[in-house]
Design a binder for this molecule. Structure first.
Ligand SMILES: Cc1cc2nc3c(=O)[nH]c(=O)nc-3n(C[C@H](O)[C@H](O)[C@H](O)COP(=O)(O)OP(=O)(O)OC[C@H]3O[C@@H](n4cnc5c(N)ncnc54)[C@H](O)[C@@H]3O)c2cc1C
Length: 351
């Protein structure tokens, strides 16, 4: 056992405190499993980045992202979930109980593990995005598109995600401009064709987003774009101190009411590399076929955006979170039946 190892063996440890982790925590806690929830680098997860959530069931007037998360945490704590600051850096899953090494050096030991670490949307790095993310800048058209009825909006990116965002936004926005740093799309032919054929979608080739204008009160009001005939304009900007015009870089300000990033997501699965848990090429956690959250390692379950490259919604994450807790409970039960003793499970059991 490594130094810093806690002798307590948990029944269930949930890695991540976004909607999926919280939903898993409510279910596991209500099953008397006293789950430990490791909150990770972003307590509350992605929903804490947004203002209004209008599509979560049960809130006809909408609900603030932060409020939804806070309520979920209170609900889980009420049934006995134990929250702790902590980011998992490494996992040893070949022996039992599993061991999770945290960034502060502590080691958590657990019989069942629910991975609910989400997937971080890639940001572009434009000036103003930190302040305006959730206030007119978004990484999710399905979530925030309806707030932009009648607006002119930008979509940043040139792959399938960007085309999906653009096509969805075209239902609400007056105009959708796809800003892409090259002069051809990376998207599949079918998606590219659909976007190209849409009357409200146009393209700005060889262009990039440099700065976002607006405020948290007003939302997004405009953007500065740069373009260069050979593409990748910001690289050329960074590489030379010469005046922009001398470099062939054209700068322009456009009036827009929303900006959507469609440049992909990175699932937070680094700590699972080499553990035996299967990861897709995209980095997403692979679960077994069928309606289950089980993974290639018995006792390890996945929930939320980390195992879902397609839907990426709060309500679907809550759904798979509850599934993971139920799957973990059933698995723990099967283990105690196999060993003939319930004494094996219990959060305060010593190694
Ligand atoms: C701006 C924005 C607006 C959105 N609006 C909506 C909306 O209106 N409606 C909707 O349905 N969806 C919306 N979404 C999508 C929704 O937020 C996600 O689908 C949902 O949050 C996914 O939940 P999750 O628990 O799987 O992951 P996340 O919310 O990403 O949470 C992941 C958790 O894992 C933790 N973590 C990560 N790595 C580690 C580690 N190594 N160790 C420990 N913990 C770790 C993080 O700290 C975090 O707590 C929005 C997303 C964004 C970004």
């Amino acid at each position: 056992m490594s130094e810093g190892t806690n002798t307590v063996v948990r029944d269930v440890t949930i890695v991540g405190s976004g909607v999926a982790g919280l939903s898993a925590a409510v279910y596991a806690a209500r099953a008397d499993l006293e789950p430990l929830v490791l909150e990770g680098p972003e307590p509350g997860g992605q929903l804490t980045l947004t203002t209004d959530v209008e599509n979560y069931l049960g809130f006809p007037e909408g609900v603030g992202g932060m409020e939804l998360i806070q309520r979920g945490k209170e609900q889980a704590e009420r049934f006995g979930a134990d929250f702790r600051h902590g980011t998992v850096e490494d996992a040893a899953l070949e022996d039992r109980p599993f061991e999770l090494e945290l960034a502060d050096g502590d080691v958590v030991r657990t019989r069942a593990l629910i991975v609910a670490t989400g997937a971080s949307a890639r940001w572009v790095g434009a000036d103003g995005e930190d302040e305006l993310m959730g206030y007119g800048v978004s990484t999710c058209a399905t979530c925030d598109g309806a707030f932009h009825r009648g607006d002119d909006v930008l979509v940043i990116g040139g792959g399938d995600s960007a085309m999906e965002e653009a096509l969805f936004l075209a239902k609400f926005a007056d105009s959708v401009t796809v800003v892409h740093r090259r002069d051809e799309l990376r998207a599949s032919d079918i998606m590219a064709e659909r976007a190209r054929d849409h009357e409200r979608i146009s393209f700005r080739w060889n262009a990039e987003l440099l700065e976002i204008h607006g405020s948290r009160e007003e939302g997004v009001t405009g953007a500065t774009l740069v373009s260069h005939p050979d593409g990748h304009p910001t690289e050329k900007l960074d590489a030379s101190a010469a005046p922009r015009a001398a470099n062939g870089i054209v700068e322009e300000t456009v009036d827009v009411g929303g900006i959507f990033y469609g440049v992909g997501h990175v699932p937070n699965t680094e700590f699972l590399e080499g553990t035996g848990v299967e990861l897709a090429d995209s980095g997403h956690l692979e679960t077994l076929e069928g309606m289950t959250t089980e993974t290639a390692i018995e006792g390890v379950f996945g929930a939320g955006d980390v195992m879902d490259p397609d839907y990426r919604q709060a309500v679907t994450s809550a759904g798979t979170g509850s599934m993971a807790a139920l799957d973990a409970e059933a698995w723990l039960e099967s283990q105690s039946v196999r060993s003939g003793s319930r004494a094996l499970v219990g959060p305060t059991a010593q190694s």
